[in-house]
Design a protein around this ligand. Structure first.
Ligand code: CAA
Length: 257
């Protein structure tokens, strides 16, 4: 892997995935995205991993899709390359992904954070969809996910002007779940990953699926989906163990079965 670094942290099973193309502010070229997909698919199959933290570096999470790679492409080139099919497959990762964001999260970088399940930001984080400034529009879900995250008016402002959203504002609008000093964002995300990794992996996967369903369906369908996944947890040993441990006033031990 040229552009992705993976570190597995044992006990309790959190994998740290770092985007590693610092000179280009982690611009997301096709090779990087293919490597990210391969990484996510491998981690999804690894029983020792229960939560994934995705990060860049202090200066940049990622400054967008690689403009140099796209600049001369025709519409038909873009259609045939179909780079976003890689993104669609990354979105299918079943394990929870926490984005630990510092510095620039722009264009495809912002879209990648929004494909994650939780975003932790450093005080220096800057989110934005500045594609309008280079004569195009978001292509990896920005018009849809940003609108759902911050509401129509703010999303329109950001997407139509290319302005950046500060970490503080991102928290205010609900795009991120927490903002911490730059020295702390990675630690905070790893701690969150550890806390999630202590839960039943079966229940975590079903809960992630159900929350994501809320973006894709009307309320009735979403509620029915949630209910089925809720019932399904009762087929797991983890549910039996979790409830028994509560009644016996002890900590549960989850097997992931
Ligand atoms: N693609 C390719 N290269 C990029 C890049 C990108 N998205 N963003 C930064 N870089 C490169 C720069 O070209 C520069 O390389 P060189 O040293 O070889 O010139 C290097 O990274 C450092 O960047 P800057 O010198 O520009 O750094 P800065 O601190 O002055 O500015 C910035 C930082 C404001 C983030 C600026 O780099 C910038 O505006 N980047 C582009 C942001 C953008 O428009 N992103 C959207 C891309 S399109 C997209 O993502 C479509 C989609 O929906 C998937």
């Amino acid at each position: 892997m040229d552009f992705i670094k993976v570190t597995e942290q044992k006990e309790p099973f959190v994998a740290l995935v770092e985007l590693n193309r610092p000179k280009e502010l982690n611009a997301l070229n096709r090779q990087l995205m293919l490597e990210l997909l391969e990484t996510m698919q491998t981690l999804d199959k690894n029983d020792n991993v229960r939560a994934i933290v995705l990060t860049g570096n202090d200066q940049a999470f990622a400054a967008g899709a690689d403009i140099k790679q796209m600049a001369d492409q025709s519409a038909i080139d873009m259609l045939m390359v179909d780079q976003f099919s890689t993104w669609d497959q990354i979105r299918k990762t079943k394990k929870p992904i926490i984005a630990a964001v510092s510095g620039f999260a722009l264009g495809g970088g912002c879209e990648l954070t929004m494909m994650c399940d939780i975003i932790i930001a450093s005080e220096t984080a800057k989110f934005g969809q500045p594609e309008i400034k280079i004569g195009t529009i978001p292509g990896a879900g920005g018009t849809q996910r940003l609108t759902k995250a911050v509401g129509k008016s703010k999303a329109m402002e950001l997407i139509l002007t290319g302005r950046f959203l500060s970490a503080e504002d991102a928290l205010f609008y609900g795009l991120v779940s927490k903002v911490v000093p730059v020295e702390m964002y990675l630690h905070e995300a790893l701690q969150l990953g550890k806390e999630i990794a202590q839960q039943s992996p079966v229940a975590v996967q079903l809960a992630k699926e159900a929350v994501n369903r809320s973006f894709e369906t009307q309320l009735d369908e979403g509620l029915a989906f949630e209910r089925k996944n809720f019932y399904l947890t009762f087929a797991s040993a983890d549910q039996k163990e979790g409830m028994k441990a509560f009644i016996e006033k002890r900590k549960p031990t989850y097997s992931g079965k």
